[in-house]
Structure formats: structure tokens, C-alpha cells
Design a protein around this ligand. Sequence first.
Ligand code: ADP
Ligand code: MG
Length: 136
Amino acid sequence: MSNIERTLSIIKPDAVERSLDGQIKQIFLSNGFTIVQERKIQIEKSEAEKFYKVHETKPFYNDLCTYLSSGPIVVMVLEKENAILANRELMGSTNPKDAKENTIRKKFGLSIDKNSVHGSDSPENAKIEIDFFFKA
Ligand code: ADP
Ligand code: MG
């Protein structure tokens, strides 16, 4: 059975700052993703706090929200068969040091916090995150 899904991808400030957004988009396209929607924006810290609310009790929450709002980001809706898992696999582990060869975080990530990309982790969160950035 086919299972076409949509997931939210973010190219984070460290990657946009290094002008890697074109290359990263190309990696998604060459791995069979369709970029259904795309916006380049900079968000307020209060919006980052809302986006990362699941992490609000973590020690890195404040720095994470400061960081995500520190510069332009590219937010995209990606579509593909099993897109959520496929994107997580293509991104690689949260810590670039642990990420497999040929993953985006292995190639471009600088550190566990500046790891170049975000991807939704479940169908429920994909819907919430897509609505967060793209709801009319
Ligand atoms: P992922 O982005 O792989 O889904 P998490 O949802 O666990 O990872 O964390 C969200 C983001 O918070 C990570 O991408 C990373 O930027 C940051 N982060 C996670 N763990 C740490 C940590 N131990 N120290 C600093 N930043 C972290
Ligand atoms: Mg996550």
C-alpha cells in the first residue's frame, strides 16, 4: 500500500548562513522528495519557544530557541512515500558526530545544537508543524 506523507523540514540558521540551502534542497530533490511549499523567514524568539514547546523542560531549551530565531531559516513541506522516516534517515542523528556517512547532518552539521536541519518525528507532529508555518 502506498503511504505518501508530508513532513516539515527546516534548514536552520547555521546552514542558511553558510549558503547551504540550495545544496540541501538539491539533496532532498535527488532523494525523491517533492518540495510542496517553501518559505525563507526569520522568526521571533517567542515563536521558536512555541515551536519547540515539547523541549521546554530541557536544559538546552533557551539556547535552542535563541538559536532558531538568530537568523534566516528555510521552512519546507516535503512530500514522499514514508516522508517522515525517510527525512529523519536522510538528516542523520541529532549529533552530527554520530550521524552516518551521506546524511545531511554528517555533511554539514557543526555540533549538536548547530545541526543544520530539523525534521518532524511523527505523523502527529508533522501535521502540527506544517500548520505552524503554513496554515492559511
Ligand atoms: P532532532 O532535531 O534530531 O529531532 P531533538 O528533537 O531531540 O532532536 O532536539 C531538538 C533540537 O534541539 C536538536 O536538533 C538540537 O538542535 C537541539 N538539541 C538536542 N539535544 C541537545 C543537547 N544535548 N544540547 C544542545 N542542543 C540540543
Ligand atoms: Mg525532534
